[in-house]
Write a protein that binds this ligand. Sequence first.
Ligand code: GRF
Length: 199
Amino acid sequence: ARVVVLISGSGSNLQALLDASTDPAYGVQVVAVGADRAGIAGLDRATAAGVPVFVDPLKAYPDRQEWDRALAAHVAEYKPDLVVSAGFLKLVGPHFLAAFGDRYLNTHNALLPAFPGIHGPRDALAYGVKIAGATLFFVDAGVDTGPIVAQVAVPVLDDDDEETLTERIKVAERRQLVEQVGRLAREGWTITGRKVTIP
Ligand code: GRF
C-alpha cells in the first residue's frame, strides 16, 4: 500500500514506519512525507530514507481553506491508499476530509475519549489516572473523535513526570502504529459507523 505520512516534529513514529517498510513483506511503501513547517527533524529522516518531502505551512496561504485545499492536492499527487498523521499538529479541513476521510489515520498519545488535544500525557497525569496509553483512529471532523482502530495501555507510575510518561507512551505508540498500519495496508478495512473492521 502507498502511504503518505504527515508530521510536525521529531518524526520518531515516521522513523518506525520507514524502518518497517524496508521489509517488502510489511506491505507498506512510504511514498511521501508532508509537514506544516520546515526545519524539523522528521523531514531529515524522510530525506535520509530517500522519500520525497513537501512542506505546506498554514501561514503561506491566505486562509485555512486555501491551505486545506493545497495540502489535499499535494497529498493526492502521491496517490496514497492511506495517509498517516504521526505527530502532525494541524487539524485538516473539509476538503482534505472529503478526499481522504476514510483513509486518514491519526495516532494520539492518550486513551481516547479521555484527554484529547495536544497535551494527552500532561492531562492524564493531572487527572491522576493509573493507566495511560495511545489510540490509533480514523480522523473525522472532530478533534480526536474518529472511529478507533486500536489502543494500547501503559501504566502511570507514582514518580512519573510529563517527560517520563510521554516517553513510555511513545514506545508503545510506535509499536502499535507499525503493527496496525501494516495490518491495514495488507488486509484492507471497512468503516461502518464507529466500527472499523479489518477482514
Ligand atoms: C506522538 O506521541 C503523538 O501522539 C503526539 O506527538 C508525538 C509525535 O512524535 N501528538 P514524533 O514526531 O513521531 O516523534
